[in-house]
Design a protein around this ligand. Structure first.
Ligand code: F6R
Length: 373
């Protein structure tokens, strides 16, 4: 059942090329760049008229939602707000019929997220679900669903569902951007091409994991970890930290790289591993700027004796030179590179947890689906 893998989590990490391919499959045309969503009770006219998108989710799905905010705002130019489902519900959210609520859930049974969905429907908002389980409560109650085709996820720590969620959000952002006339057909074709190339890049990443295993060996005794990222890499920092906490029980925190000087710098010493995600897309000005700023953050961590493990784009020299350890990932566009960057961090958490003798697939105190509020 584990297909020769030692744990479900590892098997599911290795299923990501397939999960991504299946989630993209049939939903975007390489010839025209047009996105086709599954049939739903939300019309194109409604999608054009929404003036706001809200996203509600929990845990890893919430991190996908944060990444989705960058995608939707960039590609469709609609303001997006992201909430924990458990917070959304209790803060009397402002929403009406021109608000689209996107709920993201692997299981489709998370009580907090179901409650957020019902709350939004009561206030006349439309609800789109991104969900991995067809027929689950969330898919039955939402006005429409984009199914992630990650396949059943058994390991408690979510991996392939997360990358599939980000792909679904990217497709949705493209869809909305096209409907609203923000994305030209040339651009759309380029996006389609980039999405089609993702699975091969993930395969490439997974074909050589020696570096990550060495790092696990070196750092599995650490008591704390910090994860830093800027822009769309910030949610990846949060997700990298969550993976480590939940399966290895090591205290880990994710922070926006630029926030360090506002407090967390005080934590840095010669024993603290700091994982910095600093990918770059050559020729993309916004990406280059973010890269340079984050590079300065790496230099600052080094100046305070911290141990820097950087996740960088293949061939990057500048940040590589100032880091203690480097994990390289294939080059990709700014908004798609997080789908690659999270994978070595999933593996790092996995190998650290195995070395610590933790029950990777069944971490203490956690359940795969949380059906109580
Ligand atoms: C983390 C994890 C949890 C879930 C969260 C939401 O690895 O698995 O944080 O992401 O409980 O679950 P779903 O997506 O099923 O609503």
């Amino acid at each position: 059942e584990k297909g020769g893998f030692k744990h479900f989590m590892l098997k599911e990490i290795y299923e990501q090329p397939r999960a991504v391919r299946d989630t993209v499959q049939g939903r975007i045309s390489l010839d025209t760049g047009r996105v086709y969503l599954d049939p739903m009770n939300i019309t194109e006219g409604e999608f054009r008229r929404f003036d706001r998108v809200m996203i509600a989710a929990c845990g890893t799905s919430w991190h996908a939602g944060l990444a989705g905010k960058y995608m939707i705002e960039q590609l469709a130019r609609v303001p997006v707000e992201v909430d924990y489902s458990s917070e959304f519900r209790y803060r009397n959210p402002v929403l009406d019929e021109r608000t689209l609520l996107i709920v993201i859930s692997q299981s489709g049974e998370t009580a907090d997220t179901i409650a957020a969905l019902r709350e939004a429907k009561e206030r006349d908002a439309r609800v789109l679900a991104i969900c991995n389980v067809q027929g689950s409560m969330i898919t039955r109650e939402a006005d429409g669903t984009i199914l992630t085709h990650a396949g059943p996820e058994i390991g408690v720590a979510s991996t392939k569902a997360f990358t599939a969620q980000m792909v679904a959000l990217y497709l949705f952002a493209l869809y909305l951007g096209q409907l609203r006339g923000i994305i030209s057909s040339d651009e759309a074709r380029r996006h389609a091409q980039q999405l089609a190339e993702l699975p091969v890049k993930i395969e490439h990443l997974l074909s050589d994991t020696d570096r990550v295993e060495e790092l696990a060996k070196e750092f599995f005794r650490a008591t704390d970890f910090l994860y830093l990222g800027r822009g769309i890499n910030f949610p990846i920092a949060l997700e990298g930290a969550l993976k480590l906490k939940e399966i290895s029980y090591i205290h880990a925190e994710g922070y926006p790289a630029g926030e360090m000087k506002h407090g967390p710098n005080a934590l840095i010493d010669e024993r603290l591993p700091v994982v910095v995600i600093n990918t770059r897309e050559q020729g993309n000005r916004a990406s280059e700027l973010r890269y340079e700023k984050t590079h300065s953050n790496i230099v600052e961590v080094k100046a305070r004796e911290g141990i820097v493990i950087s996740v960088l784009t293949e061939g990057d020299e500048m940040s590589s030179k100032v880091s203690d350890h480097v994990i390289e990932i294939p080059a990709a566009s700014d908004l798609l590179s997080p789908i690659l960057a999270i994978i070595p961090l999933q593996l790092l958490a996995y190998h650290i947890a195995v070395r610590r003798g933790c029950d990777v697939d069944q971490p203490r105190n956690l359940a795969k689906s949380v059906t109580v509020e």
